[in-house]
Design a protein. Structure first.
Length: 466
């Protein structure tokens, strides 16, 4: 299995190189040369596997020459910290199914990928004897999950940029109260898009990237997306065992990473197993406007909402899907992305029919988000966080005659303000979150200025021999 760039500017590379490269050296995103597929007979063999064993089978299709025993060990260590034996359990709630992705160390779906990615980085660095400086931007949950994945690991420093005052208080505390010597938190005066743009610019400076051996933990890193493919297959097999041969998924998304993992899972499984991917957005609705109208354009400023992890205008992973819309033509992708960078828009109306085959989409208002949390609590005695509520509401609006699995992306206690507004009750903090406010914290507040961030990284980065 070799990997190429969405912009066509690099020679094919191996899986381990793709993991360590993060962003492709031509500015594009990495993808397998060919997406694998599995047969119905293979699904029969996978039917009763527990999560870790299924992860081994799925990841082994993409991981090239990595020894299977090494991959098995990485998976075992990555998911041993999860609080539920099924890792991502699926439960029926009313006429929907909810897949709980929040049983990892930081109570968010990002743990599923970032526990694995942290162990992959450590594995590769042990082989090479090298070092790495991870730089990432977060709208909330990626930062803490990445930090927990690499805290204290030898040969790795991690720099996380988050938008100052635009995450939930719990999300900020989960990051800033980790005071390991290799962890650096930067609160940026700006939006997630500002932080993400700085990270991409640093990675695009190839001399700087090489000097400091930059590593990516955002979903620009292919391994992030790959790890998330597993839970789509896991959920489908759960419902297949109940007699369903076709399933829809409803995915709250802002950066297009989680739902792109669903797109890859859809290509992996036999035709029809995953029928529709319901793309749920909040009022920052660039992805919904694309699916419904072919309009991929920045519309004003980012709007702060009760679902801050989705307060994004520029969806990084959309470029991977654009690559398939353009028939895997990297030159066309590069031209479109340059147009978008210059003008803030792409006219993709010509791809309306294809997008409609792959996705359905609904933009959920703040009022609908709160009402959905309230409804689910009253009718099913089940608490949703606001991001999950967006996925549930979109599923309610767009559900057809197949079962719908809604991705529960975070524990509701991480967003207590929204849940209290909806239900009138405070959310009891689980042990992983209780007492965070009383812990020592460390964070640097900087303007969203590439020169300031670069200077800070240079001052604190690992460099040369370790």
């Amino acid at each position: 299995m070799k990997y190429i760039s969405t912009r066509g500017g690099i020679e094919p590379i191996a899986f381990d190189q793709a993991v360590m490269m993060g962003l492709a050296r031509d500015g594009g995103l990495l993808l397998p040369e060919t997406l694998p597929s599995v047969s119905a007979q293979k699904l029969d063999a996978w039917q009763n596997l527990h999560y870790k064993s299924l992860a081994l089978e799925v990841l082994d299709l993409f991981s090239g020459d990595m020894p299977r025993l090494d991959l098995d060990d990485l998976i075992e260590r990555s998911y041993s910290s999860f609080r539920h034996p099924q890792v991502t359990p699926v439960r029926k709630t009313g006429d929907l199914y909810i897949m709980e992705l929040f049983h990892g160390p930081t109570l968010a779906f990002k743990d599923v990928a970032l526990q694995l990615l942290g162990n992959l980085f450590e594995y590769e660095l042990k082989k090479s004897g090298g070092f790495m400086n991870i730089i990432g931007a977060t709208s909330g949950d990626t930062g803490s999950a990445a930090i927990y994945g690499v805290r204290g690991k030898k040969g790795i420093n991690i720099f996380i940029l988050h938008p100052h005052g635009r995450t939930s208080p719990i999300q900020a505390l989960q990051m800033t109260t980790v005071t390991d010597a290799n962890v650096f938190n930067l609160a940026v005066n700006g939006t997630f898009d500002d932080a993400q743009a700085i990270v991409k610019e640093l990675f695009s400076d190839l001399e700087f990237k090489d000097q400091y051996q930059l590593g990516a933990i955002n979903s620009i890193n292919w391994a992030r997306v790959l790890a998330q493919v597993v839970y789509y297959v896991f959920a489908f097999l759960k419902l297949r065992k109940q007699g369903f041969d076709s399933v829809d998924f409803s995915v709250p998304t802002g950066n297009f990473g989680d739902i792109f993992a669903g797109y890859v899972a859809k290509q992996l499984l036999p035709e029809g197993c995953i029928n529709r991917l319901i793309l749920a957005t909040n009022s920052n609705d660039i992805l919904t406007r694309f699916v419904n109208n072919g309009d991929y354009s920045i519309a004003g400023e980012v709007t702060p909402t009760f679902s801050p992890s989705m307060d994004i205008q520029i969806a990084s992973n959309f470029e991977r899907y654009l690559y398939y819309l353009h028939g895997q033509d990297g030159a066309k992708v590069k031209a479109d992305m340059e147009t978008f960078a210059a003008a803030g828009r792409m006219d993709l109306a010509a791809f309306g029919e294809q997008a409609a085959r792959d996705f359905a989409s609904y933009s959920v208002s703040e009022e609908e988000t709160i009402a959905t949390i309230r409804q689910c609590s009253q009718e099913h005695d089940y608490l949703l966080d606001p991001h999950t509520a967006i996925g549930v509401r979109a599923a309610q609006e767009l559900k057809e005659d197949r079962p719908v699995v809604c991705l529960a992306t975070a524990h509701p206690a991480k967003f207590g303000e929204a849940v209290q507004k909806a239900t009138g009750n405070e959310v009891e903090l689980p042990p992983a979150l209780a007492g965070l406010a009383n812990k020592e914290s460390r964070c640097e507040i900087l303007d969203a200025d590439i020169a300031l961030i670069r200077e800070y990284v240079e001052k604190n980065a690992l460099e040369g021999e370790i």
